[in-house]
Design a protein around this ligand. Structure first.
Ligand code: AP5
Length: 214
């Protein structure tokens, strides 16, 4: 199963990608996580990446396409993957189609999680990540066990100011990506407002309807 996951900041892409990864035994490839890992290295590339992340802007297509291409080549494409947060521009979508086409493959579905902008701020400010397990929690919606509270981390770009920039960027760039997958009959849209488990069940339902042997 080869999936891409699209959605606004804090729409639940990471949360659902973790669940789908476990369910279908996929390789979870998050461009946000890859870019934050580059940033943490404090390399020249990391400094360039940081300058975009802290402003809530997209990192240039050439850079992200290269990172994703290397990651896909490094893994066994046949195993299946879920791309979380990629593509975010039409150029990225076309580059992915081309890379997969060269090895005789294509995306099985593009999953779009829709949430109203009004829900995003509360989700972002309450998000915490566990650096030991990589698990994502929310202080209100998905509370962590009290004994690990002390070690949870908040992302640098999870502030109200940067969030607004991330949201604006998303709305400016995503329409042609959505149209691209809709035109190819690959788009699955779900409402991301219900609980994470309910969203997951809806994703599974739509995916298995479309791909009964998955
Ligand atoms: P990235 O890390 O991908 O950030 P994002 O798109 O802003 O998405 P988030 O990670 O904030 O949210 P999410 O949708 O994964 O939600 P989550 O499941 O965590 O990218 C960061 C930056 O990197 C970008 O701004 C850009 O600069 C750059 N970048 C990345 N990819 C790029 C690309 N392809 N091209 C160029 N630049 C790129 O959930 C959020 C919170 O809500 C959590 O606390 C969770 O517990 C909670 N929650 C989840 N689901 C629910 C629910 N159903 N109900 C209630 N709470 C919920």
């Amino acid at each position: 199963m080869r999936l891409v996951m699209i959605g606004a900041p804090a729409s639940g892409k990471g949360t659902q990608a973790h669940k789908l990864t476990r369910h279908f035994n996929l390789d979870h490839i998050s461009t946000g996580e890859m870019l934050r890992a580059e940033e943490a290295k404090r390399s020249e590339l990391g400094m360039v990446v940081e300058s975009y992340l802290k402003r809530g802007q997209l990192v240039p297509d050439s850079l992200v396409v290269k990172l994703v291409g290397e990651r896909l080549a490094h893994n066994h494409l046949a195993q299946g993957f879920i791309l979380d947060g990629f593509p975010r521009t039409l150029n990225q979508a076309l580059a992915l189609d081309q890379a997969l086409g060269e090895v005789g493959q294509a995306i099985d579905a593009a999953l779009l999680i829709e949430v109203p902008d009004s829900a995003v701020l509360e989700r972002i400010t309450g998000r915490r990540a566990d650096p030991e397990t990589g698990r994502i929690y929310h202080l209100k919606f998905s509370p962590p066990p009290p004994e690990i509270l002390h070690r949870l981390e908040q992302r640098d770009d999870d502030t109200a100011e940067v969030m607004q920039a991330r949201l604006n960027t998303y709305h400016e760039r995503i329409a042609p990506v959505v149209a691209h997958y809709r035109d190819r009959g690959q788009l699955i849209t779900v409402d991301g407002s219900p609980t994470p488990d309910a969203v997951f069940q809806e994703l599974l339902h739509q995916l298995t309807e479309r791909h009964p042997n998955s």
